[in-house]
Design a protein around this ligand. Structure first.
Ligand code: PLP
Length: 485
């Protein structure tokens, strides 16, 4: 497809505004005036509309088809929440409106949403307080690690290291490192799919600042030794961090706070169905236990006894601001609407169906693909293309073949500890018919990998461009690609 500049025709116009009839402001410095012509493409309004509409139809999203991306919870984003977020009482608010007195009446509703969402997340996770400021899961992790560092510093603890299982999402070690800690990986037992407890016992010492865990982990396996892990951490005055990206598996079943986790983050754009956008905006609220509340970012929303709200900045031990204003307010608002709409029973149903769907896919494909850890999984299952490998077919080939069938590929080559990994997270929002179609397509690809493996190396053939050099595509945006006929 031609880019819009290639469609430009000299002299063609969409809307032609009348010539300027006001003098240029004298105060405007002449150096600021444009000296060269603005290089815009020249098109009619209809040309522009058709160009962008056509482009949008080439886009793939959860509103167009199945999106089983493991570890990302690409669930349907209900339009109801969009409608709530677009309400002008919220969308027209300026973040600098006064919070007190007369003008404050304009912001009380927004403050109530923030306050109540903090309470809801506290209840869902079993934590004492939340901040909604972090702008993504990874940002929540960094905030959490900064809180842990502030806690140890304040107590005069000499801490240096964070322990993280080797299946962890890459953001975990990155966040710990940016917060100033060195990182040690703890091996995962392939039989149980859980971290090796003996290795953890060996690695932990009085320099350990924290253990960072996802539960269920990125293999989709729930760690049942969590109580022993928490006790071990606390014996060494290390804190336990819960990466809540997989909360969609366990809402209403397990609360990290009850298992003695000290800090958690949740990804509103995963569990609470807010859009992921093009890599954002998201939100990664962080919850803490009592002993970490003093370090939370400012400002904090406080409810007075008369039912009104205000922003409190008086936290001298706070780690300060970690995002402008109140975080991604529009994202928080959508999550708030989603939680209220589903209620306690609804959130439990969500988790149960997410787990059921993942196990349904795993069991339906067991005769066709290797299963990374053959146990009941939670909300995602990890398959391996190791059988297909014998015919020279890789997880990448299967991913690309799925594109030709109109299905977004799952996450591939992650978790790193599984050879030829394909990590599939169907979510609760997909129907049995959609799952069945995906299963049929996966079976068909498994058969092709026996009868005609070569053909899979050429996929995708139905897209405008075929396989990209992914590193090049990110670094050199205008490089040439092989075009499909
Ligand atoms: C998605 C994810 C993260 C990072 O969250 P972002 O919101 O993408 O920054 C961290 N850990 C796990 C397990 C995840 O799945």
């Amino acid at each position: 497809m031609a880019i819009i500049f290639e469609k430009s025709v000299a002299g063609r116009r969409g809307v032609l505004p009348p010539r300027k009839d006001v003098p240029v402001d004298e105060a405007l410095s002449p150096d600021l005036a444009r000296r060269i012509e603005l290089d815009l493409c020249e098109l009619s309004e209809l040309d522009v509309v058709r160009h962008f509409t056509e482009l949008s139809r080439k886009n793939y999203g959860v509103d167009t088809n199945f999106y089983p991306l493991g570890s990302c919870t690409m669930k349907y984003n209900p339009k109801f929440a969009e409608k709530v977020a677009a309400h002008e009482g919220f969308s027209d608010l300026h973040p600098l409106l006064p919070q007190l007195r007369r003008g404050g009446m304009l912001t009380q509703g927004a403050l109530a949403v923030l306050y109540e969402l903090e309470q809801q997340l506290g209840e869902i996770c079993g934590m004492d307080a939340f901040t909604l400021q972090p702008l993504a899961g990874a940002h929540g992790e960094l905030t959490g690690m900064m809180l842990i560092a502030a806690y140890h510093r304040d107590k005069g603890n000499d801490k240096a290291e964070v322990l993280i299982p080797d299946e962890a999402h890459g953001t975990n070690p990155s966040s710990a490192a940016i917060a100033g800690y060195s990182v040690r990986a703890i091996p995962t037992d392939r039989e149980t799919g859980m971290l090796n407890f003996a290795a953890l016992q060996q690695a932990i010492n009085d320099k350990t600042a924290a253990i960072m865990m996802t539960n269920p982990n990125t293999l989709g396996i729930f760690n049942t030794q969590i109580k022993q892990i928490a006790d071990l951490a606390h014996q060494h005055d290390a804190l336990l961090y819960y990466d809540g990206a997989n909360l969609n598996a366990i809402m209403g079943k397990f609360r990290p706070g009850d298992a003695d986790f000290d800090v958690v983050h949740v990804n509103l754009h995963k569990t609470f169905a807010t859009p992921h956008g093009g890599g954002g905006p998201g939100a990664g609220p962080v919850g803490v236990k009592q002993r970490l509340i003093d370090y939370l970012p400012i400002s904090r929303v406080v409810k007075r006894s008369d039912g009104t709200y205000f922003l409190d900045y008086n936290y001298p031990k706070s780690i300060g601001y970690i995002a402008p204003f109140y975080g991604n307010f529009g994202v928080c608002l959508r999550a708030y609407a989603y939680i209220l709409r589903h209620g306690r029973e609804g959130l439990i149903d969500i988790s149960e169906n997410a787990v059921l769907n993942a196990n349904y896919i795993k069991e339906s494909l067991r005769e066709y693909y290797d299963i990374a850890c053959d146990k009941i999984c939670k909300h995602e299952c990890v398959l391996s293309a190791s059988i297909q490998n014998e015919n020279g077919v890789h997880a990448l080939d299967i991913a690309k073949a799925l594109i030709d069938k109109g299905i977004h590929p799952p996450t591939v080559y992650f978790p790193l500890i599984v050879k030829e990994a394909m990590m599939i997270e169907p979510t609760e929002t997909e129907s049995k018919e959609t799952l069945d179609r995906f299963i049929e397509v996966m079976k068909e690809i498994a058969k092709i990998s026996e009868t005609n493996p070569e053909s899979l190396h050429r996929a995708p053939v139905t897209t405008p461009v075929s396989r990209l050099d992914e590193a090049m595509a990110a670094r050199k945006l205008d490089c040439c690609f092989h075009q499909n006929e």
